[in-house]
Design a protein around this ligand. Structure first.
Ligand code: PRP
Length: 208
């Protein structure tokens, strides 16, 4: 039995669509109510629905063999798993943003940055030689500069609507983000047949 974690939220539907196209029947997952686990006896696969950061935790604990997560979540993790495929969906960008008219890099002294990604943010500013104070925000990060908690934010931007509608502008478009397939290192050896088949079938759909 292969256990696969599907990340709930923005990447759930595109990943379920890809699995469907690859011939893994996803009707049960599609028609779910509040269930969190689904067995596909025919394919010998068990699907779990989890929050992005928990996908990585379950992979690291060996509780799931395979997970589909954004590269933003991977950037924030300690990468103790294999990243085997870029699904090319859930595409967005990591950006540094600030209120219109604020020149973050022209400021002397202390910069405060709000983010859901403290590790990525730390590395980004270290690379620029800036010492910043990072404030961890759990959601709606765009609010934090508006209420004066931080000077700028690092977050993912998809359409840019949230930034625009809150008077924020992109200061630096740091790097693209997309959904990746990750695999527990032990599972990669012990369940190599089923995992290779999944990579091949999904890869075929992604490249088609
Ligand atoms: C993400 C991100 C931005 C928004 C960007 O948040 O943190 O807030 O989407 O999307 P846009 O560029 O299309 O406007 P998400 O919707 O995942 O929710 P959260 O803020 O509660 O984490």
């Amino acid at each position: 039995m292969l256990t696969i974690a599907l990340t709930k939220g923005r990447i759930e539907e595109p990943v379920v669509n890809l699995l469907d196209q690859a011939g893994y029947g996803m009707a049960n997952v599609r028609n779910k109510k509040r269930e969190l686990i689904f067995n596909d006896e025919h394919q010998a696969i068990r699907y779990c629905l989890v929050k992005a950061a928990d996908s990585v935790t379950y992979i690291n604990q060996g509780a799931v063999d395979v997970a589909f997560v954004g590269s933003d979540v991977i950037a924030e993790s300690d990468r103790t798993f294999y990243e085997v495929l870029d699904l090319n969906v859930g595409r967005c960008d990591f950006v540094l943003a600030a209120p219109k008219g604020v020149d973050l890099f022209a400021r002397d002294g202390h910069l405060k940055i709000g983010t859901k990604y403290p590790e990525f943010t730390k590395q980004y500013f270290q690379g620029k030689g800036y010492d910043v104070e990072i404030i961890k925000i759990e959601g709606s990060v765009e609010l934090s500069p508006l209420i004066g908690v931080v000077d700028g934010i690092i977050d993912i931007m998809e359409t840019g609507n949230t930034l625009r509608q809150n008077g924020l502008v992109v200061v630096d478009n740091i790097q693209p983000v997309s959904t990746r397939m990750i695999v527990n290192t032990a599972s990669f050896r012990t369940k190599s047949g089923a995992i290779s088949e999944l990579i091949e079938r999904l890869g075929g759909v992604v490249n088609a």
